[in-house]
Ligand binder design. Structure first.
Ligand SMILES: *Cc1c(COP(=O)(O)O)cnc(C)c1O
Length: 364
């Protein structure tokens, strides 16, 4: 009897599997994981308490509507509850956005290189990715992205700051871009690193807050997450702010009960402890400056980063550099042939990374 395997959708063929940042190997020489842009601080005691309390009832399903969290977010951002949708991390929400807008024959535009998840979630939907190269300065080329829009375009991602380069687009450029996008194409402003932005007014203005841009633009959706600045990566909770038809579509495409009660309660506790958490973000930003300045003093060209990581364009030496880091005790995120993304983590880990970078520089 000949055996055939179950028929799988042909769209899944060739999907690049998501490569999570390698964990720091237990017992090995690797002590610091600087590969996933996580927050190095342990959970705040108050947040920990809310999670422990929620754990006593995990025999129950969570509140499917995330009522408490939605109310908290509504107050915090001054947006109606009907303009909010939560999901299993903002990657989960991004996937729902694609499911809500695009299928076979449709196009999803994003910069490249940008966030690893975009090509994967686009391909799963059956839609076609249109990747628009970053400028030579590693910044979104918004004019080229607007030029790439066709009548098949359904969604455009703008990752600001961009993962993995850390670069930002500014008000003038982003507003000009939004003017050019047809009103029936959804623009998703992925602001996973929003809290790390410290850029003053530069040429083109400040880095705009997506929440302000969305208010009078029905085709703009803002993605935020609790995974980075708020330190809840392992609990999987993110959210979108968008006008009603889009937010409603997100509620339709959500995995039922996807956001656990632990995650909901931790997110609420984190919003209430925002001062303390943003204080930690401030320390990480100082550390970011130290790392980026240190690299530049060694002679590296580092794009101005507004996120919790730095980008080193190493080209063919990328893999060797990542291996050298690992031997020294830090895991970084290599993009072979392009560069490495290194999260700003614990001071000791950052120091090891700087030391490896210095040694590498001398060999050039
Ligand atoms: C980390 C990250 C996210 C958020 O991921 P979660 O699913 O919320 O953990 C979203 N977008 C970008 C660009 C990221 O780097």
């Amino acid at each position: 009897m000949s055996e055939t395997s179950p028929k799988l959708r042909t769209e899944l063929e060739g999907i690049p599997t998501y490569k999570p940042g390698r964990p720091a190997a237990a017992g090995g020489p690797v002590a610091y994981k600087l590969s996933s842009n996580e927050n190095p601080y342990p959970p705040l005691p108050g947040v920990m308490e809310s999670v422990t309390a929620a754990a006593s009832s995990f025999n129950r399903y969570p509140d499917m509507a995330c009522t408490g969290l939605m109310n908290e977010l509504s107050d915090r951002f001054a947006v109606p509850v009907t303009h909010l949708a939560t999901g299993t991390g903002s990657v989960g929400v991004a996937q729902q956005l694609i499911q809500s807008t695009a299928g076979p024959g449709d196009e999803v535009i994003y910069a490249w290189r940008s966030f690893e998840a975009y090509p994967i979630i686009t391909q799963i939907s059956g839609a076609t990715s249109v990747q628009v190269p970053l400028t030579p300065g590693d910044v979104h080329d918004l004019d080229a992205m607007a030029d790439a829009i066709t009548d098949r375009t359904r969604l455009v991602f703008v990752c600001n700051p961009n993962n993995p380069t850390g670069t930002v687009v500014r008000r003038a450029g982003l507003e000009r871009f939004l003017e050019r996008v047809p009103s029936d194409v959804l623009v998703v402003l992925d602001e996973a690193y929003r809290e790390f932005i410290r850029s003053a007014e530069g040429e083109g203005g400040a880095v705009p807050d997506g929440v302000e841009l969305y208010r009078d633009r029905p085709n703009v959706c803002v993605l935020r997450t609790f995974s980075k600045a708020y330190g809840l990566a392992g609990l999987r909770v993110g959210f979108a702010i968008a006008h009603e038809p889009v937010a409603a579509a997100l509620r339709k495409t959500a995995v039922p009960f996807g956001v656990s009660q632990l995650a909901q309660d931790a997110a609420i506790a984190s919003l209430r402890a925002e001062d303390e958490l943003l204080g930690r973000v401030g320390s990480l930003v100082c550390e970011r400056t130290r790392v980026a300045d240190g690299l530049r003093a060694q002679g590296w060209t580092v794009p101005e980063t507004q996120a919790n990581f730095v980008w080193l364009r190493l080209g063919e030496r990328t893999v060797a550099f990542a291996a050298a880091c690992e031997r020294a005790g830090v895991v970084v995120r290599p993009f072979p042939g392009e560069g490495v993304r290194v999260t700003v983590g614990e001071t000791e880990g950052n120091d090891i990374f700087l030391k490896v970078a210095e040694g590498f520089r001398k060999e050039l």
